[in-house]
Ligand binder design. Sequence first.
Ligand code: AHM
Ligand code: MG
Length: 347
Amino acid sequence: MTHTQISLTRFLIEEQRAGRINPELRLLVEVVARACKRISIAVGKGALGGVLGDAGEAGQASINVQGEAQKKLDVLSNEILLEANAWGGHLAGLASEEMDHSQPIPDVYPRGNYLLLFDPLDGSSNIDVNVSVGTIFSVLRCPEGVTTPDDAHFLQPGSAQVAAGYCVYGPQTTLVLTVGHGTHAFTLDREVGSFILTARGMRIPEETREFAVNLSNQRFWEAPMQQYVGDLLRGKDGPRGKDFNMRWVASMVADVHRILTRGGIFSYPLDSKCAPKGGKLRLLYEANPMAFLVEQAGGAASTGRMRMLDVVPSGLHQRVPVFLGSRAEVAIAEDYHRRHDAARAPA
Ligand code: AHM
Ligand code: MG
């Protein structure tokens, strides 16, 4: 008997038949996946496609709303996603990490019921050195009665997401998706051009011996984070009683993909450099979609002080501290924060 491969299209049709998604959401996911294929091709060409390096002209860097210099591929990926998602009739508006404000779907096209948010190319400091990067996306419902959404309509807690995913452009191009019924991975068959289901119902092991953090920031962290990582580093000789391994790709998509595959804890905590902004990673484009995927795989995601998906956003580009991955380990990291805060609370 030949082995039947399940394409993303077939998977989504079966989800629709099972009543877990409607045709509009199915089309939305298909369109995002198609855009990710185009981005994957552009990333894969690298220097041959003339796409490496900074965006901007005549030595003048192009700076985005985050205050960061844009890479050519950041700009190109954003354009691919905008163009692909404008005309399908399934969206009311879009917001991107690379754009100052959200955009309603242009008047020339019909508007649908969903809002799409994305980080077009996450981990862009890795583009020029041929290390994995990725696209992260999140889907919300457009509030009832709103036909021309503005920024305020995107400020919904992560628990309101109806779908989320990322596509990692690494040795393989892999799309990881949740529509609220488990987390599933699809590998791009480059010859055929379709995403094929390669991991249904991913599960993150509850406990771990592996952590991911940018240790060069250690001296800028808050006290509970210093204590938590200090105890991880003491390994067998410390209170944790076991040795830990460390990994840091500096591409959230790659670090989260490893955690979904074999467990671990990822953290980008508050530090004194990013504290005025609230953290380094963006709530709506990075933390929330990853939190949804991780929870759907049996893991946990937190700011260190509360469940990520319960945070009520106050701004489109809001930043937050992030802890996510193996459930028991995230609970331990939260515990360090809880004990520290309790000791400082007035009696
Ligand atoms: P970006 O969206 O501008 O690429 O920034 C987000 C990235 C994450 O992918 C990664 O976890 C983090 O920034 C790395 O930060 P650092 O360079 O401080 O280690
Ligand atoms: Mg990013």
